[in-house]
Design a binder for this molecule. Sequence first.
Ligand code: PLP
Length: 289
Amino acid sequence: MKVTIHKLFDYLLETTAQDPPECFIGFSLARSPRLKDFLPDLDPEMSLDWNGKSFLGLPALRQRVLDQAGLSLPLDSVLITAGAAEANYLLFRQLLTDGDEIITEAPGWPQAGVMARAIGARMVQVAREEAPGWWLDPDAVARAVTPKTRMIFLTNPNNPTGRLIPEGDLRALADLAEKHGIWLVVDEVYAGLEWVRARPPSIAGMTPFGITTGSVSKALGLQGLRTGWMICQSPEVIRDAMILRENGSEIMNVLGEHIAEVALRPERLAAALLRARDEGRATLDRLAG
Ligand SMILES: Cc1ncc(COP(=O)(O)O)c(C=O)c1O
């Protein structure tokens, strides 16, 4: 497959190749914790041997992933991945082929476009207009569906606008996916950083065609752990992604999984999200001032 670079990555390459800039205003991570914040909860005797562990990821972490998403699904509906990026990658590779169509949003996360082009799938973009506050109209998504559509890929909260897809619109999109047998992948990597409203429900709980991707990178500032997930009710999707991953990065990063499990414990998570939202609001005020 022929890969092309997208603008955002081009910009990141350029900035990281130079002396550190005074600040990045394009980044949206919460402040990153230090390793020492986790040491009291980690077992120094923990083995770094991976053998004997589940290819789906640490069961305790998979349970935390379901809990933070408010989902009561079986543990095996979660695959732990190297970030939401790997989860998305595995899904595009697995579910799309040459000639398929993928519907996505504009503006949106550029990974979808790069992967679609590399696979030979046609990307159909539905505009989020600025005037209605970057709202994504589910009817516009419905109008973009053709017999070739295999996947709808959206971000919720949206990167880059922060706009949420509310529950009613998610329901309409879930119905659309079911009606046409289309995978509805919602990248929820920014979940927890909602400034204005409550977190919308995770798509994996709303329809068997829904696939949630996420990670500890954004709201928890733990991007360097490379620990994320996909959640889907279909055992075939999870199994195929696991097989595909075994041929790429093979298995998970054990240390990342353990730290992520600690980070997602309810009291820690609630405190970290409160802090991240407060700091995010303060940054917004500074930018607006
Ligand atoms: C919408 C979206 N999805 C996925 C990613 C990748 O996240 P992760 O660090 O979990 O791979 C990013 C990172 O910027 C993102 O903005």
